[in-house]
Design a protein around this ligand. Structure first.
Ligand SMILES: Nc1ncnc2c1ncn2[C@@H]1O[C@H](COP(=O)(O)OP(=O)(O)O)[C@@H](O)[C@H]1O
Ligand code: SF4
Ligand SMILES: [Mg+2]
Length: 360
């Protein structure tokens, strides 16, 4: 793979989205997505709100990789679809290079659509089965006017090579490739338009473990070579450990803890992060604890239609106290380098050891 393979494909300089001086690449401010659903009221007419994303704020800097982690249903994919503006938020801001794209119409979104790309969990369902790989990637190139006339095939072949596929296979259909290869096609399609940020929604969750490592390595190479920023979504902390500079842990539509990788993995402060980490083989042993000790997370998260009052994690938290039901803990630094939404985010090791002893 060479830098020129991705950067020279178009042969023409792309004018990017303007940047507000000093603004980070991406900033979400108090982002909310509530879905209206039919509830159980009389004749099923009463509607209720699914609070899928409920006040998410975070920042992604140029070239940085942010891991977004949490159990199924906590709002990760909704966040991904908001960042890529496949969904329009109920409220809040999505600032890309300082420009709020939260309410832009499709026409105004066009330049942003090129710079912010999405890679899906299931590559098969995101690739049109009736189109060849060449046509799928070619469509992305044409939509954003990325190649000069007559250069499209050469560019498709370059991109296939960049993602480790045989450039001669441009005429094949998605079903002729394996799962890992199909994910590579999805990555090539995203790369075709020279994005500044890729939102990768559980891109390796559907793949065999051995293939997962290969795709992760490819993404890591691309990140290093082209300086692309990532929002990398995963449901456990094991997958994102090496790939991400920063980690945001999500629970029931909110951020529970966000900070640098070393702080999150080395000294997690939120009980939910501690439980997630404890569940990851090889990572679960906290310094000073017996090797097999684990924090067990019991039950499923509550429904986002009717989340608990105060702290949303309180129904599963072994530290919950009266204040947790009354006061929603703000996401803030609590004598810690990372930001934590917990009333009792004291020094990490002592608290975990105490919990484990109590558990024994
Ligand atoms: N279009 C929708 N309509 C109603 N509820 C939805 C819709 N999309 C997602 N949800 C709900 O929002 C919550 C968060 O979903 P999602 O963002 O897919 O979570 P995750 O990706 O973390 O598993 C879930 O309860 C899900 O059922
Ligand atoms: S605020 Fe209370 S319930 Fe929430 S995580 Fe902290 S201790 Fe647990
Ligand atoms: Mg999801």
């Amino acid at each position: 793979m060479t830098t020129t393979a991705i950067e020279t494909g178009s042969g023409r300089a792309k004018r990017g989205v303007p940047r507000v001086p000093g603004a980070p690449l991406l900033e979400l401010q108090d982002l909310v997505m509530h879905f209206a659903t039919r509830g159980d009221g009389l004749l099923g007419r009463k509607t209720s709100k699914v609070q899928a994303v409920d006040g998410v704020s975070l920042t992604v800097r140029e070239g940085e990789s942010l891991g977004l982690v949490g159990e199924s249903g906590c709002g990760k994919s909704t966040t991904a679809q908001l960042i890529t503006r496949l969904l329009k938020p109920t409220s809040g801001k999505i600032l890309y290079q300082g420009n709020d794209i939260a309410r832009l119409n499709e026409r105004a979104l066009r330049p942003y659509r090129r710079e912010i790309q999405l890679i899906f969990q299931d590559p098969y369902s995101s690739l049109n089965p009736r189109h060849t790989v060449g046509s799928i990637i070619g469509t992305a190139l044409r939509t954003h006017n990325m190649t000069a006339k007559g250069k499209e095939l050469a560019r498709v072949q370059e991109l296939l090579e960049v993602v480790g596929l045989n450039p001669e296979h441009y005429n094949r259909y998605p079903h002729e490739f394996s799962g890992g290869q199909r994910q590579r096609i999805g990555i090539a399609r995203a790369l075709a338009v020279q994005p500044k940020i890729i939102v990768a929604d559980e891109p390796v969750s559907a793949l065999d473990v051995s293939i997962q490592a290969q795709v992760m390595n490819l993404l890591e190479d691309l990140r290093k070579e082209f300086g692309i920023a990532f929002v990398f979504i995963a449901h456990d902390l094991g997958v994102v450990r090496h790939f991400c500079d920063r980690i945001a842990v999500m629970y029931l539509g909110r951020i529970a803890e966000i900070g640098n990788r070393d702080d999150i993995y080395g000294a997690p402060r939120h009980p939910y992060t501690q439980a997630l980490l404890s569940a990851v083989p090889d990572l679960g042993t906290v310094r000073g604890t017996p090797p097999k000790a684990r924090i067990r997370l019991v039950g499923d998260p509550p429904s986002p239609i009717n989340p608990p009052s105060g702290c949303r994690f309180r129904t599963r938290c072994w530290k919950a106290a009266e204040v947790c039901a009354k006061e929603d803990p703000a996401l803030t630094r609590r004598n810690s380098p990372q930001e934590v939404a917990c009333h009792f985010a004291e020094a990490p090791e002592e608290s975990i050891i105490a919990d484990l002893r109590a558990d024994a």
